[in-house]
Each structure stands twice: as C-alpha cells, then as structure tokens.
Design a protein around this ligand. Structure first.
Ligand SMILES: [Zn+2]
Length: 577
C-alpha cells in the first residue's frame, strides 16, 4: 500500500467517524442550503452518487438520500433544485498562474469576434466595471473574420465613432490579430494629443515606419499601422497596483465561470503575496488559492523557512510549497532530454536551474515542512529531480512521512523512472490538455519510441499507485476544465482527432479524470480531508455542469458547460441569474 492509499483509507475512516457522531449528537442540525434534483457525483468511495446534499454555512452537513436530507430543512433553508443538471465537488485547478490568468482576462480577447459591433459590445461590457480614465485594452480582432462590414469604412477599416460612443471616459486600444495595427477610441487619441492636432489642422501624422489612417477631412479614424501604434501605446500604463487588483478580480471571475473553486498557483513572488493578503483582507478572495513560492528568490524562501507554513482556518490562502523551474518547454526544444531531440540530433535541451539547488531546496523543504514542486518536461529533467528528491529523502529520513513533493508537468519520462514516482511518493501534476495541443507535433521532437514508452503516461502512473493532479497551466491553455477532462479520457486533440485517441492505453477513465480534478488535486495540496469530495464535514464547494460528464457520449463531452459554481456554501456563479 502506498502512502497515498493508506492516507486515503485513514481519511475515509475519519469521515465515517465524524459523520456518525454528528448524526447521533445533534439530530436537529439545520441546513442553510439543500441541493437536490440532479445527478450528484461525490468522489467519496463510501457512496459515489447521492440524491441530495445538505449544507450548513460553509460545510457539508449531509450527503445521501433526499428524505434524510430534508430532515435538516427549515424555513430559512435555501432550496437549490439542480433541475437534472450534474454536480460534482468543486473543481480544483491543479497548476495555473492566477495573475497570468487575470492579466489575460484584463486584455480583452477579441479573437472570436465576428463583427465590429461585437467588439464594441465587448468594450461596453468592460466599461461597466472600469473606473473613469482606466485603460481598456484588447487584441485579436480581424476585419476579414467579420460577417459584415460596418457602414463607415476608410481604407478598408472601421472608424472609431461607435467605439468612442460606448467608451467616452475610458481610453481604448485594441490590437489587430496580425500584431501590425491597432484601433483606438477618441479618448485614447485625446490622451495621445492627436485630437488637438486634428483641430489645429496644421499638422499631419507622419510617423516613420508607420501610418495614421485619416478620413477625407484629415481626421484620424482610430487605425494605427505599424510603428504609428506607439503614438497610442506609449501612453498605456504598464502594470500598476490598480491593474494588479483588476487582474485579480477578473481571475476570480474567470474561475467562477469555469467552475474552479480552488487554484494551485504555480509560483508567486513576494509582491503577489502582498496583493493576495490585501485582497483577502478586503473580502475579495473569491477562490481558494494554494500558492507556491517562487523558488528562484532565495531570500523569499529563507524568509518563509523562518516563518513556517501558512495554513489559515478559512482555507482561502495557503502557502506551504515551493516552485522550482528546472527545464524548458518541448516546443522550443528547451525540455531537457536523456537522448538528443529526434528533429535536432545535436541538441538535448537544457536545465534551467542547477540541480544542486533542487537538492538544497528539497532538504530545506523537508526541514521546514514545505512541499517542493519542480517543473520538469523532459525525461532527463524528471530523472534528475527524482534523483535529488531521493537524496534529500535519504538524508532527512525522519522528515519524509508526508512530504507530498510534486513534479509539475512530468510530461516525458524514461520508462525506468515511471515506477519511481510511487516508490518515492512523488506526485505528478500533469495538465492533460497539453497532450491535446502538443501531441500532434511532440512526436517530431521525441520520435515514436519515446512517445509510446514515456509521453503523458497517465494510466501507467495511476496504476503504479500515485494520484495525478490535473489542470491547464492557464494562461498557457484556457482555464476551462472541460477541455482537460475531455483530453484526459479521450487522448484526442480538441478537434476530436485521431479516432480512438493517441496511445489509448494511457487514457484515464471518467472517474479517474474526475478525481484528478477534485480529490487527487486536493491530496496534492494536503487538503483531502477538507475538500475534493462531497463528504460530511468538508467545505461546501461544488461545480454544476449542464450534462452528465461521467455518462455523456465522448463526442458530446466538449460541449459541456459549467452552469453554477458554489463556494463556501454560496452560489458565486449561476448562468440562470
Ligand atoms: Zn506553469
């Protein structure tokens, strides 16, 4: 029995004990919320599906049949009818970058807009929550993707008037999909001094290597080509405390929309820690953040070794782990390999951190009770890290009973290293959606043998007795967990190819994939006794989907939508409201 399995058994026993005592001691407990009327998957091995869940404040009071659950109902109980939808434990993003998500949200994504009006609408939506004067930026629009062109066109492009109308007080700048042009509103042009120039009439907008498009009267239309873009972009503020706060709030919102109630934030510096503490103090920590300290900042690590881990009673912001970046990515041939790249035979990739530092941090982590999470893509990086972890475990053997060290990504493994994860109790945190995006070309880098024997080895790792923590690495991939869930069980690209999936023997089952996003992700953060399953006494965090993700046919799985998110026993997102 691995450590993982014995801890699971123990926590199930504990929950049964808590459950029994709470039932017999206080039969008159009242629920603040009663959830019923849908398919409820608990990820609790004692009863995998229930009819109803009773919640008291932030905790699960009861999970079982509806008649029993109704005993906890009072006049004050909020009734939540799932209307046939499917509820699971709150989904946990097991590896992402929270501020990266926020900043990508802050920059409006216009890639999928199909008309000028759609762009105007997206900006109008953002104006609602923007303070006067705050810049609104976006990118990705392309007039050739539009269903129809607006009435007013100058030199083949739209003019700023509609945009300026919806955003009179906020400067707007929207980059073209090509990166070679941008589109500004009147306020932005005013800030850049261009309106005055137009009124004056005496100046032209000559920019070397660029062009300001003007209408028949010589007024700028809002389109700036090539280097003329800098006329506007030089006025857009870099990151400020205000944009940080805004990005944070947008990240929380994005999590709620995607059913994410907890987030493993893979490496944050001290400024970000300060921001999170501030946001928490203001009651704005709308997602549970499990943050890893940025490992390259040794001062930060030393400071936290002294201070010790931070695990608060409200479980909103936890710091007890360290992130190390140990190699590069496969696409750029930075992943560190044991044998050369198939498509570049003189090249092995490289380590991005001295392995001596991994050893030192592993030893310090054990000494001070911090988990170590090391980024490794290539088989050499994975092996070297397992080696350093092993040295640390051997030299600190009295501190290794519950270390839960992780390897982030663990994408490409030498077959001999696969069983070492279970032997050393090292958790692989693997983002299944990366396989969907990368597998079509990863074979060029690695060749068929390495792909078949060691790439994205989900089922082999699970069979060996380790849990897998799933996720998306947002903003590298969109945070939508449905895509990663689909990738986990289909091993196909998000276009549904190839038939049968890549290396199908490595697919996860639906219930394994569900665990990887709930209970196993919780385990990867020492939190399996407070989250990850719908079990009595755990936090009332839930995700509701519009269809049954365990039983819907595979070709419909990607259409699944998150329709409701519940955090701390409160509905924080609901498409019906
Ligand atoms: Zn990452």
């Amino acid at each position: 029995m691995t450590l993982y399995n014995s801890i699971r058994t123990l926590s199930i026993l504990l929950l049964v004990l808590i459950f029994n005592s709470s039932c017999s001691d206080s039969p008159n407990e009242s629920a603040t919320m009663l959830i019923y009327g849908g398919t409820i998957y608990t990820v609790d091995s004692t009863k995998t599906k229930v009819e109803a869940v009773a919640v008291k404040n932030d905790r699960i009071l009861y999970a079982g049949n509806l008649a029993e659950a109704e005993k906890f109902k009072t006049d004050q109980t909020e009734l939540l009818d799932l209307k046939g939808k499917t509820m699971t434990p709150g989904f946990i993003e097991g590896h992402g970058h929270f501020m990266g998500l926020g900043y990508s949200e802050l920059n409006l994504d216009l890639m999928n807009t199909t008309s000028y009006q759609a762009i105007v609408d997206a900006v109008a939506e953002r104006v609602k929550t923007a303070k006067p004067g705050e810049w609104i930026t976006g990118r990705g629009w392309h007039q050739s993707k539009w269903d129809s062109m607006p009435a007013e066109i100058v030199h083949g492009f739209q003019t700023h008037h509609l945009l300026s109308e919806v955003s009179p007080d906020n400067p707007v700048y929207l980059g073209h999909a090509s990166g070679h042009a941008g589109f500004a509103n009147a306020k932005a042009m005013e800030i850049a001094g261009l309106t005055e120039m137009a009124l004056d009439g005496s100046k032209t907008y000559e920019v070397e290597g660029g062009e300001v498009l003007v209408d028949a009267l010589g007024r700028p239309t809002g389109i700036f080509n090539e280097r003329a873009q800098t006329l506007i972009t030089q006025h857009i503020p870099e990151k400020t405390p205000e944009t940080d706060r805004k990005a944070f709030e947008l990240a929380v919102e994005a999590c709620h929309k995607n059913g994410i109630t907890s987030f493993h934030d893979a490496g944050i510096p001290k400024e970000t820690i300060a921001l999170y503490e501030q946001m928490k103090a203001e009651g704005k920590m709308g997602v549970r953040i499990y943050a890893m300290l940025t490992g390259w900042d040794e001062d930060l690590l030393n400071q936290w070794y002294k201070k010790g881990i931070m695990v608060d009673d409200d479980h909103l912001f936890t710091i007890r782990s360290i992130k190390l970046n140990c190699d590069g990515a496969l696409g750029s041939r930075g992943a560190w390999l044991l044998e050369p790249y198939t498509d570049r035979p003189d090249h092995f990739g490289h380590e991005t951190l001295p392995m001596e530092f991994v050893k030192k941090t592993a030893i310090n982590g054990l000494k001070h009770g911090f988990q170590v999470c090391s980024h490794a893509i290539g088989d050499r990086a994975n092996r070297e890290i397992l080696d350093r972890y092993e040295i640390a475990f051997n030299s600190m053997s009295n501190k290794t009973n519950n270390h839960r060290f992780r390897i982030e990504h663990a994408q490409h493994l030498h077959p001999e290293d696969i069983p070492r994860f279970a032997e050393l109790n090292v958790i692989p945190a693997m983002q299944a959606v990366h396989m969907s995006s990368d597998r079509p070309w990863a074979i060029d880098r690695l060749g068929e043998k390495r792909i078949k024997e060691g790439a994205y080895m989900w089922q082999s790792l699970l069979q060996s007795g380790v849990p897998i923590v799933n996720g998306t690495d947002v903003p590298v991939e969109p945070i939508n967990p449905v895509a990663s869930f689909y990738a986990s069980v289909s091993r196909k690209t998000l276009k549904g190819t190839p038939e049968g999936g890549y290396e199908p023997e490595q697919k996860m089952t639906r219930s394994q994939a569900l665990r990887s996003y709930t209970l196993d992700a919780a385990y990867g953060a020492f939190e399996e006794d407070i989250k990850g399953s719908i079990s009595v006494g755990k936090l009332a965090d839930f995700t509701v989907f519009d269809q049954d993700i365990i039983n819907v046919p595979e070709n419909q799985l990607l259409d699944t939508k998150v329709v409701m998110t519940i955090l701390n026993g409160e509905v924080v997102f609901n498409t019906e409201k």
